[in-house]
Write a protein that binds this ligand. Structure first.
Ligand code: ADP
Ligand code: F6P
Length: 471
């Protein structure tokens, strides 16, 4: 077993087993923001990524991906159902996203969560070199820092939560809330997307565990755990370079022609998830068409919604409802060869996605709640000609940084419609000034700056915590 100075532990590996359209088995880039953020960061570093490869049954042997060693953790069919679909995505996910869907609590799911977290902790303990650094990611693995500290007290342990961390009123619903908090406090540094989340966590540490806590530090078992906000980012330069490639510009040009050369193209790109506000957005779009504020010939909407967690009931219901809505809107307002909504559920390669960003005059990113939303950042980075209007939900983490976006409350249907119209009708100077400010922000605050600020805080926390020597 080769040991690594840096180990990333995440539920998903950056590649995932999937079935190609012809039925063949293939490895593909995994969906979601976590992989989009970490994959470019780790490329060509001597790191090991501990994670799950997407299927059930024995763990497959994977080759290195861009120089990063893949260490697979297996999930059985029961683990998949009770840990991934159950506790992670039907208990924690809805609870952490304002309970926009009802979280479910089942003791069997909690048992699976503990069992799988133990397996990830053991895998990380196996591959981390003495005194090494282990960086645990996201809500699937909140017990890993505590479990890992028991196994390997010599390690420096970071934890980063990619999704929102809820206020005490919601978190207190969790039957095993104390264990979850204790698990996270096994880390030397607990990072969140926003300062409010760190504040919520500190409040809960005192309320549930009786620990002394500020918004920067929590004292536990004679150690000091640092906490703070580290808004996750993208590889801005890489995204801009891809967008500037002549073949991507050419593809964007052809896409506009294929769309019937409308005056305005609106684009949305989401995982098919009830947190993303897809239904509310479609409803707003339908009302604008019905009122005659926009016309199909002048304006088209491209909605990309790649299926996600598709055996979980709430996700199946959402997909049915979205597809019903799209069909209804196209039936009512489309014409032959001119649908009102171009609806696509396929995963795209990066170049195709970036060509879509380049063709979008308005990017509508309107989640009901989102930890960050990297799609919003990717769009801005892809607008190399300095044009394009970003319509952004106040409830996305990205709104704290991209303040020059056209901000909307997606729960307010009239506000959403007005925001969409404002973005569509904005003058070119206003659009350009806003885009310039957002591009400047992303140039300074990219994924490398994010990692540097997190890892330097982790270094400091290690000395504060007074780590024990390697066994
Ligand atoms: P989440 O983490 O909730 O999925 P984010 O917006 O932060 O949301 O990240 C989504 C990531 O998935 C982005 O990097 C985006 O480019 C990618 N993505 C979304 N839809 C597709 C698709 N159809 N094909 C390829 N990549 C996609
Ligand atoms: O960032 C949120 C996130 O849940 C990631 O942790 C996850 O990898 C991604 O979205 C996609 O979800 P899933 O892994 O369930 O397909």
């Amino acid at each position: 077993m080769r040991l690594s100075p840096l180990v990333v532990v995440a539920n998903r590996l950056p590649i995932d087993d999937s079935v190609a359209p012809d039925g063949a088995f293939e490895w593909r880039r995994s969906p979601g923001g976590l992989v989009s953020a970490l994959h470019p960061l780790l490329r060509h570093t001597p790191a090991t990524w501990v994670g799950w490869a997407g299927g059930t049954g024995p763990a497959p042997e994977l080759p290195d991906v861009d120089g990063v060693r893949m260490h697979t953790v297996p999930l059985s069919a029961d683990d998949f159902r009770d840990h991934y679909e159950g506790f992670a995505n039907a208990t924690l996910w809805p609870l952490y996203h304002d309970a926009v869907e009802q979280p479910e609590y089942h003791r069997r799911w909690w048992e699976a969560y503990q069992r799988v977290n133990q397996r990830f902790a053991e895998a990380a303990a196996q591959v981390a070199e003495p005194g090494g650094l282990v960086w645990v990611q996201d809500y699937h693995l909140q017990l890993v820092p505590g479990l890992l500290r028991e196994l390997r007290p010599d390690l420096r342990i970071g934890f980063f939560l990619h999704v929102p961390f809820p206020p005490p009123e919601l978190f207190m619903q969790l039957p095993r809330r104390a264990e979850l908090l204790r698990g996270m406090l096994g880390a030397d540094l607990v990072g969140f997307q926003r300062a409010q989340a760190a504040h919520n966590f500190a409040q809960l540490a005192t309320k549930v565990l009786g620990l002394p806590a500020s918004d920067r530090r929590i004292g536990v078992d004679g150690r000091v755990v640092r906490i703070g906000a580290f808004p996750v980012a993208i590889d801005t330069a890489e995204m801009s370079a891809l967008a500037a490639r002549p073949e991507v510009a050419e593809r964007a040009h052809r896409l506009r022609q294929d769309l019937g050369r409308p005056e305005h193209v609106i684009l949305s790109v989401d995982r098919m998830d009830y947190t993303k506000g897809i239904e509310q957005r479609l409803k707003a779009y339908r009302e604008l068409l019905a009122n005659g504020d926009i016309k199909v010939r002048d304006t088209v909407l491209v909605q990309v919604a790649v299926p996600s967690r598709d055996r979980v009931a709430q996700y199946q219901i959402l997909r049915d409802r979205v597809e019903h809505q799209v069909g209804r809107i196209n039936g009512e307002f489309g014409r032959v060869g001119e649908p009102a909504i171009h609806y696509l559920t396929q995963p795209f390669d990066r170049a195709e996605l970036v060509a879509l960003y380049r063709v979008a005059d308005v990017m509508a990113v309107t989640p009901l709640r989102d930890g960050m939303n990297l799609v919003a950042k990717e769009y801005v980075a892809a607008r190399v000609d300095g044009t394009g209007a970003l319509l952004l939900s106040e409830f996305a983490g990205a709104a704290s940084e991209l303040e020059q976006a056209y901000l909307v409350n997606p729960h307010d249907l009239d506000g959403l419609k007005q925001g969409l119209l404002a973005a569509l009708r904005a003058g070119p100077e206003d659009v350009a000034a806003r885009m310039r400010a957002m591009r400047d922000h992303l140039a300074r605050n990219d994924i490398h700056a994010w990692a540097a600020s997190y890892l330097s805080a982790l270094e400091e926390s290690g000395t504060l915590a007074g780590r024990r020597p390697a066994a």
